[in-house]
Design a binder for this molecule. Sequence first.
Ligand code: 3PG
Ligand code: MG
Length: 416
Amino acid sequence: MTIKDFNFAGKKAIVRVDFNVPLDENGQVTDDTRIRGALPTLKKILDDGGAVIMMSHMGKPKGKVNPKLSLSQIVKPVGEALGVEVKFAPDCANASAEADALKPGEALLLENLRFYPEEEGKPVGVEKGTPEYDEAKKVMKVSQKEFARKLASYADVYVMDAFGTAHRKHASTAVIDEFFSKDCRMLGFLMEKEVQAVDNILSNIRRPFTAIMGGSKVSTKIGIIENLLGKVDNLILCGGMTFTFAKAMGGKVGNSLCEDEQLDLALSIMDQAKKKGVNLVLGSDCVAGDAFDNKCKTVVCPANDVPDGYMGLDAGPESQKQFADAISGAKTILWNGPAGVFEFNNFAKGSRAIAKAIAKATKNGAYSLIGGGDSVACINKFGMSEQVSYISTGGGALLEAIEGKTLPGVAAVLGE
Ligand code: 3PG
Ligand code: MG
């Protein structure tokens, strides 16, 4: 079933959204991209005369109630975005009364799904790799199904619209589907749009293709980096990763972030790039600070010669130029991960240079896709979201999709 063709009149729809949005210390949403992303689906259901039950996780409470990760904090902003009052069910697995009471045009938000370990389906408090774990896992699989059955019981229809979580095989993304017939489960508009955006990158590559990968760790991005090496013409690796590469090549990185266990991996990436004829861009200089603080003392130095007591916190002016050169002229662009600690205004220049270059290339006809919470927050912070082709609500999910993996959340809805 497709959402466009479904008439929700008189139906209750349970929608898996990804409202795992960043909050500040006062519980205020600092970036509402994911809330706005879900609106087309939610509004369609309400406009048809249906009632909507939203469910999501927030953070990683690991199966325990944690008030800091309560979705009650976003009831108001979600209601404002949606234009209807949003009711709240404080226990996602005991919300039959609230669900039953819903009338057409009304909206209900369930409390954080991950307050129950059943959502992720991982046993808690038992060590992995032990016989007890395997036993606990079996028990958990059964209770996970019960948990999913309970969620399903609230509604007539299931809509999967949590692209950001579609790479997780969890109760609300890949178990609940079993309780709905194919006619009563579907992807939401956001999912459809995101899948299309990935397709634009994968099957419709216009060259040159430049990918920019930033962020702190090589280890968590290795899958996508190796995959991209087979697809791109230019690969910019920036952010904290820079220093793992610098050290691997014999450089001095001071107190910079560095994954000492990944030095060989860094060398192997460089080697693969060379063999595949990919232009690998590693920024040559950086802005280093004497503390992890916006107002610390700074120096501009080579990325492979960071003074003792300093850590690289942003890309330097030369690097910014190298990045811009590899982006200008590109016809397909993918950006995931900032080039520096952009949350600190004094260390946002590297990321800003990337954003500007992407905006310019997009103006000249490139298709640009930005994904990952940090890069999206970055583009929004610079007020440049209108100047790129597509902003994805996915981080890990986007990267897995681009690696060509089938997302469990998609497979569950579209499968038998
Ligand atoms: C995300 O922010 O990447 C998604 O909401 C998924 O969250 P997770 O990485 O905690 O599963
Ligand atoms: Mg994640």
